[in-house]
Design a protein around this ligand. Structure first.
Ligand code: LLP
Length: 429
């Protein structure tokens, strides 16, 4: 069986290894829960995009919400990558990691005035604006600073990305973007505002997309608008098609990044837009399969009735929980779970659950595993939306993170301390 994350993640005899490092050893050395990433896997994923885009005007802007740890950002910044940010906090992280603000695009439906000022002063490459109200506010803030804000309108192409409703963003009833039918008028308005400079057009239709067609449909809808807006005398420099390319968690077979890019470029060429700069905002597909979450089995609580059919429940209680990895609880997401050292004993079906006081706190249900208390399990494909969505629910300090780079092992985030969790709280005098 090929593991999601191969070839960087592989079995070597009984041992599960990431970039050649035995994961059970790393769990012993750094403790659990522990996120472990393969730097080379991240770089290979980025190169797949960059390689397919070579010779064409382009910028890959890593959607850092997927994993915003400084060393991850540093890895991408050093490889010439730009960033897609959605908050002032994310901008501060990019700068702290050595990223170039001139390669940053600022997305999001609810930018505050303070965030607009921060981004204008930093000199970001552009704002992806999502409403008319935001256009006016950005114009005011830019003029007050004596600047012109570079803007793209995020248009809602109204295409179905065919993904989970919580992560589908390009449909009419989603809160995102400016409706396709309103976009031309919005561009005319933007072009009339002295604090703004129209530079591009943007869309993003969803996440964990496993087909090419929604991208090509969205691109067509966006190019229709480009042509209408340019016919109205407003030049549009770049087209940003957002992120969203899926990864393999179980048996999904998303197109490769190179294939997606090739098809997008083909469509641009076919419609006479071959020289237009193409921006992409991949998040998950750059980091998802580069990371795992390691967790120790605390207790096994087999079903006392030993019922083995549907609904029989054997609980494998581990030390990682929904606060460490929210995806299963939030989206009922299926993520592979593998023992770090395989046992020869016969497997049985377990619900792998965390210590948090919620029935929704599970990492995987009905998984065939041979496990014993003290074993280390790896939740695979956890590099994206894992640590970035972690919380302190149940006053649980967030996990530590390790970045592997060939022979090297770097602790890139220390385990959070309990003191840090309430250091900013005050008792009432
Ligand atoms: N650009 C914009 C404007 C976005 O909103 C997103 C993701 C991306 C790019 C990157 O999408 P990606 O390439 O990672 O699919 N927490 C969810 C995913 C939420 C995605 C939100 N927006 C999950 O764990 O599945």
């Amino acid at each position: 069986m090929t593991l999601p994350g191969a070839p960087f993640l592989a079995r070597d005899g009984a041992d599960l290894r990431l970039e050649g490092h035995a994961l059970a050893d790393l769990a012993r050395r750094f403790g659990t829960p522990l996120y472990v990433y393969a730097r080379r896997a991240m770089l290979a994923a980025l190169q797949a995009y960059q390689h397919a885009l070579r010779g064409r005007p382009h910028l890959v802007c890593y959607a850092m919400k997927a994993n915003s740890s400084l060393a991850v950002l540093q890895t991408f910044a050093q490889a010439g990558c730009g960033f897609d940010i959605v908050s002032g906090g994310e901008l501060a992280r990019v700068l702290a990691a050595g990223g170039d603000p001139a390669r940053v695009v600022f997305s999001g439906v609810g930018k505050t005035r303070a965030e607009m000022r921060q981004a204008l002063l930093a000199g970001v490459r552009g704002f992806n604006v999502e409403s008319l109200g935001e256009l006016d506010r950005l114009d005011e803030e830019a003029r007050a600073l004596g600047r012109r804000a570079p803007v793209s309108l995020r248009v809602n192409p109204d295409v179905d990305a065919g993904t989970h409703p919580y992560i589908s963003t390009g449909l009419k009833d989603n809160k995102f973007g400016i409706a396709h039918g309103q976009a031309l008028a919005a561009y005319c308005h933007a072009a009339s505002l002295p604090g703004l400079q129209v530079v591009g057009i943007d869309c993003h239709i969803g996440s964990q997309i496993t087909q090419l067609e929604p991208y090509l449909d969205a691109l067509d809808r966006v190019l229709d608008l480009v042509e209408a807006v340019e016919a109205a005398g407003i030049p549009i420099h770049h087209v940003d098609v957002g992120g969203g390319l899926g990864i393999t968690y179980t048996d999904e077979q998303p197109p490769a990044a190179g294939e997606l890019v090739a098809r997008l470029l083909q469509r641009l060429d076919a419609r006479g837009h071959g020289r237009r700069e193409l921006l992409l905002e991949p998040g998950r597909s750059l980091v998802g399969n580069a990371g795992v979450l390691l967790t120790e089995v605390l207790y096994l609580k087999p079903d006392p009735e030993e019922y083995v059919g549907e609904g029989g429940r054997n609980f494998c209680i581990v030390d990682a929980a929904m606060n460490d990895l929210l995806r299963p609880a939030m989206y009922e997401a299926w993520m592979a779970i593998e023992p770090c050292v395989q046992r020869a004993t016969p497997p049985r079906r377990w619900d792998v659950v965390g210590p948090v006081c919620e029935s929704g706190d599970w990492l995987g249900r009905n998984r065939l595993l041979a496990v014993a208390s003290g074993d280390i399990l790896a939740v695979l494909s956890a590099g994206a939306y894992g640590m970035a969505m972690a919380s302190n629910y149940n006053t649980r300090p967030r996990a530590a993170e390790v970045m592997l780079d060939g022979e090297q092992v770097h602790l890139i985030r220390e385990r959070e301390t309990v003191q840090a969790l309430f250091a900013q709280e005050r008792l009432i005098p």
